[in-house]
Design a protein around this ligand. Structure first.
Ligand code: ADP
Ligand code: MG
Length: 253
């Protein structure tokens, strides 16, 4: 039986007169990588922004593990297992890689109202749990050897891997990646491709926005295609490659 991690129904988002999202409906299952592709301005980032809680949807339903979350703030969604990275990397150059990932853990801990209402500092058991989680996440993102390096000195690609690691530190069921390969060269994209697969295999479903077709076609189980905010196709990479509407709107450009 397939378990639905994320369900999106009739999602709409307008900015004044601009209808950025028009009635999107799709699901992401457990152990699945879903690709979201489409031309510039087709609504990909807006989708991630409404799913993560950065923007309120104009209409529609977002369910996480069966629970409606569309009216919850971003941090509640993180605590419930939905996390994301942004299109541009934001890191603290003076922190070490490990410290930056610990921040990601802290973010979830603080968002548990009962735990944080009574004590602001982690107790010993909690600290050990955090350390273990950080090690796992560094391993998953290939950053173990750089754990004690200052964030400011690692490469741009490594900083992007670190953004993924920080998001994973909250132990999510689902991670949303907005153009994770931006600025990467080919061997870094290959590293990222393997990383996305490992993340999925470790129990975190992935929604990935990318315009590098090779990466999308290799890593995704299914792909949703947007054009002018509307869903024009959905299918396996093989189906999408053959889809006439997709070729006309996007792949053939
Ligand atoms: P993509 O990520 O696919 O390139 P976006 O989701 O960023 O596309 O944008 C979709 C549409 O919504 C575009 O027409 C864009 O100009 C508009 N848009 C996105 N964010 C905003 C915003 N905060 N305010 C007004 N219009 C926006
Ligand atoms: Mg975008």
């Amino acid at each position: 039986m397939t378990t639905k991690v994320l369900e999106v129904k009739g999602l709409c988002k307008s900015f004044g007169g601009v209808r950025a999202l028009r009635d999107l409906s799709f699901t992401v299952n457990e152990n699945e990588v879903l690709g979201l592709i489409g031309p510039n301005g087709s609504g990909k980032s807006t989708t991630v922004n409404t799913l993560s809680g950065v923007l309120p949807p104009t209409a529609g339903e977002i369910r996480l593990g069966g629970h409606p979350v569309q009216n919850l703030p971003e941090w509640d969604r993180v605590a419930m297992g939905l996390t994301r990275t942004f299109q541009t990397a934001s890191v603290f150059p003076e922190f070490t890689v490990r410290e930056q990932v610990v921040l990601g853990c802290e973010a979830t801990r603080r968002s548990r109202p009962i735990a944080s209402a009574f004590r602001l500092k982690a107790d010993r058991a909690e600290e050990q749990e955090i350390a273990k989680r950080v090690d796992t996440v560094l391993e998953l993102t290939g950053l173990t050897a750089l754990a004690d390096a200052k964030v400011g000195v690692i490469s741009a690609a490594e900083q992007r891997f670190l953004m993924i690691a920080t998001a994973l530190a909250s132990g999510p069921k689902m991670i949303l990646l907005d153009e994770p390969a931006a600025g990467m060269i080919s061997h870094e994209r290959e590293t990222l491709t393997r990383m996305i697969r490992r993340i999925c295999d470790s129990g975190t479903s992935v929604l990935v926005i990318e315009h590098h077709m090779a990466l999308i076609m290799e890593v995704c189980d299914r792909i949703v295609v947007l054009n002018f905010g509307a869903q024009i196709a959905e299918g396996t990479p093989a189906e999408i490659r053959e889809n006439r509407a997709v070729i006309d709107a996007y792949l053939g450009e």
